[in-house]
Ligand binder design. Structure first.
Ligand code: 13P
Length: 349
């Protein structure tokens, strides 16, 4: 089968062993929610300064292969007015990507369920994003687990736009990351999560195949199979790994080159421990890695607090989490590695 070599090499570069993707694509409302508890005003300058601090972390590209940006960030320049932020990333060997969905809205007639919007005008936006330096894209659909949720209608309604997004991205020369996120919220069991993630992935891959998407040049971004946040019995990392890998083996075609996990509200250390357990178990046809937002950024953001004086310490915190997750991809993460935090060492010599 012929598929564009440029797309293939971008996909393989994103999946280089030992590295993962930094999700820094919070929309303006979402980054506002992250800044608010720290009393950081969500101005365009603060958003720019924060992303520039993340992206200039020394040594970040040792563990990070790509970074997903939001529309505003793709157009911003460094504080000295020099490079654009995607140019800055590319100069460091980190591939710039772009979130292209336009968020979720309530699904009419289905209380508690959502549909992702953003297909209108997408072909033109993709052409512009590519000119601005993006080499891959992301679209996130959201599936909630609850009493009689998700409905079959919600799963189907979200699968087709994901497929159309992926087809349009490949047409534009951009590698699509398809992200059907099954939320952790609720009292559901590990087994129920496995069932819902499986059904969601089956519907999504049926949609991708129906839309003639080339599976060899997509990345799947999924949540792990986890006990719900409010479930009384929280599964151990090893049980999570067994359920996650069984679910993925049943639902994801071997043609897909890689699966990158989202963190979805897990604590940063838990996200690393579970990734380590999954990758250590291995035995799957795809490359496995991470595409974390909160689980990479939380410590860095809390350290930065909006002050230029804290940039170096915030970068050390990001570097540490990226390194721990880079080790987890190799199944080599340990408590010892966790203790080697430069930030903690500084505070507790
Ligand atoms: P989290 O890892 O914080 O869930 O973010 C990943 C992401 O990109 C969600 O769309």
């Amino acid at each position: 089968m012929n598929f564009p070599t440029a797309l293939e090499s971008t996909a393989q570069a994103l999946l280089v062993f030992g590295k993962g993707i930094l999700a820094a694509d919070e929309s303006i409302p979402t980054i506002g929610k992250r800044f608010a508890p720290l009393a950081i005003p969500s101005t365009d300058e603060n958003r720019r300064a924060y992303r520039e601090a993340l992206f200039t972390t020394p040594g970040l590209s040792d563990f990070i292969s790509g970074a997903i940006l939001f529309d505003e960030t793709l157009r911003q320049r460094t504080g000295d007015g020099g490079a654009t932020l995607p140019e800055l990333l590319a100069g460091q060997g980190i591939i710039p990507g772009i979130k292209v969905d336009q968020g979720t809205i309530p699904l009419a007639n289905f209380p508690g369920e959502k549909i992702t919007q953003g297909l209108d005008g997408l072909r033109d936006r993709l052409a512009e994003y590519r000119k601005l330096g993006a080499r891959f894209t992301k679209w996130r659909a959201v599936i909630a687990i609850g009493d009689r949720l998700p409905t079959a209608a919600c799963i189907a309604a979200n699968a087709w736009p994901l497929a159309q997004f992926a087809a349009l991205s490949q047409e534009a020369g951009l590698v699509p990351i398809v992200e059907p996120e099954v939320l952790m919220d609720g009292p559901h069991t590990l087994a129920r999560c496995e069932e819902v993630v499986g059904l969601t992935l089956q519907a999504m891959f049926a949609g991708l195949l129906a839309h003639r998407v080339t599976l060899e040049v997509i990345l799947l971004k999924t949540g792990m199979v986890l006990s719900g946040n409010d479930c009384a019995r929280q599964a151990e990392a090893d049980d999570t790994a067994v359920a996650t890998l069984r679910c993925l083996r049943r639902a994801v075609p071997a043609a897909v080159p890689g699966i990158v996990f989202l963190s979805g509200g897990q604590t940063d250390v838990a996200a690393t421990e579970r990734l380590n357990a999954i990758c250590r178990a291995g035995g799957v046809p795809w490359k496995l890695s991470f595409s974390y937002g909160r689980a990479l950024q939380d410590a860095a953001l809390k350290t930065w607090k909006g002050s230029p004086a804290n940039v170096a310490a915030a970068q050390a915190a990001l570097h540490h989490r990226a390194r721990c997750n880079g080790l987890a991809v190799q199944g080599k993460y340990s408590e010892q590695a966790e203790r080697e935090s430069p930030v903690r060492e500084k505070h507790h010599p």
